[in-house]
Design a protein around this ligand. Sequence first.
Ligand SMILES: Cc1ncc(COP(=O)(O)O)c(C=O)c1O
Length: 404
Amino acid sequence: MKSFRKDFPIYVSNPDLVYLDSTATTLKPKTVIDSLVDYYSNYSANVFRGIYRISEQATEAYESAREKVAEFIKAKRSEEIIFTRNTTESLNLVAYALGRKIVSEGDEVVVSILEHHSNFVPWQSLAFETGADFKVVETDKFGTLPNDWSSIVTKKTKIVALTFVSNVIGIPNPLKKIIKQIRALNPETVVVVDSAQAMLTSKIDVSDLDCDFLAFSGHKMFGPTGVGVLYGKYKLLEESYPFLYGGEMILSVSVAKTLFQDPPFKFEAGTPAIAEVIALGTAIDYINSVTVEQISEYVSDLSGYCYKSLKQEFGECISILGPQSAKSRKGIFAFKFFDFHPHDIAGILNSYNIAVRAGHHCAMPLHNHLGYPATVRASLQIYNTKEDVDKFIFALKQVKKKLS
Ligand SMILES: Cc1ncc(COP(=O)(O)O)c(C=O)c1O
């Protein structure tokens, strides 16, 4: 099993770190860090404004990142790619700019119980503000969405917002099949996909998926923090209101009237996160060099090893959320361990230099639905190794000894 650890400089200063929190944010490869330093060292000018060399260089690099993102998710045109701060902002953008235009009293806004708060609260607020009905689709006890959506989507359903991969369950939802059903039940329904956890699990093709919007964050795919993406079908972007108002998003401003730019610039008011956008392009170069297929295969294999090791060692004393099989796990393990408090477990793991999360992972409705107030979450990426998993199991045995 080849590890990609050498590409990630954090291990130079932290050789013993067992980083199991990639669901929160992935580590950054050297090329991405170098790309940030390169911008600030060599051409740190603003974009679009200057008619001088380094500004043109920055603009070119910024727009080239847009092209890379478009190609990466197979968007039909790069104008369908909007740079935001993160997934949360991308989802809020749709809720404000389009949601408030198309949703009114008596309509329906649908999400699932699997959603991260970022793909739950904006829609809940939209429904409350407009007087629409907020419908939450439940799952079975393993977090599996229903196969049949005919009793869910009606002629009043304006928006369905769904996560591709839950940050708790960690198994891809069959969104292509679900979207096909939604289209058949109501062709007018706008489908929004939260892809924050899906970008490294399989090759995303927005045309094939046929979603209207797709939101994700750079920092969960080896890129920097501070940059996110919203893909939107061009026609819907044209129809939407602007999101933030100010510089760069206008065509002309007068006392009487302001005219706005076309997408994507209509949605990119003010100075963007230039270095971060460029470095996101570099992260995509890195992913393409390894390939999504190889990343996914590596993480799946390691997940299988981790699942089996946890079950072999702790049996029924560990409850891992989601389907009870090693298969198709995409590196995410949210679990209850005996009756120990998740924060106590995470604290002890930290004393062994193991970084995990404890809490509700911004998915309180899901935790309540599955009957767990909180869990510990360990997540794997390509820089993790079997040795990391072994250290994790060893440390959990110490947790058992200390807390029993
Ligand atoms: C499934 C999912 N959606 C949305 C988000 C929000 O991402 P961000 O904090 O980058 O906006 C996360 C973050 O963990 C997530 O896992």
